[in-house]
Design a binder for this molecule. Sequence first.
Ligand code: 13P
Length: 252
Amino acid sequence: MSQRQSLVAANWKMNGSLESIRQLLAAIAQGVNKETQSEVLICPPYVYIPELAGLLDNTEIRLGAQNVSQHNSGAYTGEVAASMLKDFACDYVIVGHSERRTLYGEGDVRVAEKFVTVQAHGMTPILCIGELLEEREANNTEEVIARQLDAVIEMAGIKAFNNAVIAYEPVWAIGTGKTATPEQAQEVHEFIRLRLARHDHETAETVRILYGGSVKADNAKQLFELADIDGGLIGGASLVAEDFLTICHSVR
Ligand code: 13P
């Protein structure tokens, strides 16, 4: 049996206000304690990171960002560098979220560059991968997942996955209320581990793979029970403290 520590991560996306995130965080922090089995992470919009860094100081909850520039510094208007996130105690950074890939044209190579940059600054990347509906319907899911993974393995090396998290987020399940069935999710998670195992068996066995895509309070448990699912990356349901806490406490 593997010893992987489960992780439940909130991706708040572009939601909230200073007032609402203070309230949400207070409610979440109250429910996360030493008894909480899972590691809990919150990824707020960039501008709220300093505020959350202060609020999370004496809690068990970790802080992360939703994106990062692949560059270290310079004339990149509107971008945020990894060193800046590190300055505010971020432990994790999401890279390659499907909304970045599809709405902002981030390709596999740029995502791999971001992955490398995050690690170079002592933080842990959460690499998001996942297929579009038409790719699944054309039976191309494994091909897409392999391509997205291989781009990072090629640039960062397989050992880099010893300090990384992977999030499988089927694009058709994000924000749609249409969760992957436990069978569909487990099948892809297993495929991801096998793909990594071609290079390094131990890395494949120890890397945490989260599921994301319409995880809710009432379906988290059946997903988190599966052998190769080590937690979740939660969008909509992470904006409701009670729901998010139920999900955090649904891990095996
Ligand atoms: P939803 O949970 O809202 O489907 O979003 C999932 C997601 O994109 C998390 O990164």
